[in-house]
Design a protein. Structure first.
Length: 246
């Protein structure tokens, strides 16, 4: 049987890279999406292939653009002929208090985080429906459920992802496509490296496990929902946040 295929948006660093590695560990072929030149893709390829004998298709695509997403999914299907798991992970922050937030900061975050998830999902669903099999995992955030001062754009995008996830889960369940969200708390990546030590300390104080999470800890939850271990969970939000939200 052909190997299963997993596409991860924003998969060349942070949580996305850890997710890609987890699927590689379990024998999936990878489609790794990226948009900037921030990461040395050769190094990423070497790092994954050193440990796991799989193939990787890197696709540059901006998830805010429907046509780029269409081309990315077409390229993946051309190469592998199937699409088993899609992880909508690409995301950005542009933090500001509402009083100071520019309209473009609000729009940029919604466009990448929420509309990007819509674009990619819309492109892969027809293939998954034909296969009568698929798993989609959308990366939300604790902030999408609890809110956070200074992140109204980000919180709105991540709350939107939860509503989107539940709606699509209902639309495609009859075709054996399971759609879930994972809501990380604070995870050590480039996104949180920019926070000051004082902010990090105040974050630790709010987490029952008293530390930030690791990307690999999120990846394990994403893998569970995306793998064949999951046959009967759909439309759910799995929180991976050290107990921040109970
Ligand atoms: P990160 O290290 O900043 O990485 C962000 C990723 O998103 C990068 O791979 C980036 O691609 C990609 N990306 C950004 N804009 C894109 C676009 N327009 N098109 C395609 N890809 C794009 O972030 P992270 O911490 O790993 O976060 C990953 C996801 O988890 C995000 O959705 C984030 O909101 C969510 N999350 C993170 C935390 C946390 O504490 N870190 C907590 C909750 C939720 P390039 O590498 O090409 O730039």
């Amino acid at each position: 049987m052909d190997k299963k295929v997993c596409l991860v948006t924003g998969g060349s660093r942070g949580i996305g890279k850890a997710v890609a590695k987890k699927f590689a560990e379990n024998g999936y072929q990878l489609v790794i999406n990226y948009v900037s030149e921030k990461t040395d893709l050769k190094k990423v390829e070497e790092e994954i292939k050193r440990d796991y004998p799989i193939e990787i298709l890197f696709v540059k695509a901006d998830v805010t653009d429907m046509e780029s997403c269409e081309n990315m999914v077409k390229a993946a299907i051309e190469k592998w002929g199937r699409m088993d798991v899609v992880v909508n992970n690409a995301g950005i922050t542009k933090d500001n208090l509402l009083m100071r937030m520019k309209e473009e900061e609000f729009d940029q975050v919604i466009n990448v985080n929420l509309k990007g998830t819509f674009h990619v999902t819309k492109q892969v669903i027809p293939y998954m429906m034909k296969q009568r099999h698929g798993r989609i995992i959308n990366i939300s955030s604790v902030v999408g459920v609890a809110g956070n001062a200074g992140q109204c754009n980000y919180a709105a995008s991540k709350a939107g992802i939860i509503g989107f996830t539940k709606s699509i889960a209902k639309e495609v369940a009859s075709r054996n496509i399971l759609v879930n969200a994972v809501a990380p708390g604070f995870i050590r990546t480039d996104m949180t490296d920019v926070l000051s030590d004082a902010v990090k300390e105040s974050i630790h104080a709010q987490i029952p496990l008293k530390r930030m999470g690791e990307a690999e800890e999120v990846a394990k939850a994403v893998y569970f929902l995306g793998s064949e271990e999951n046959q009967y969970i759909t439309g759910q939000v799995l929180h991976v946040d050290g107990g921040m939200l109970m």
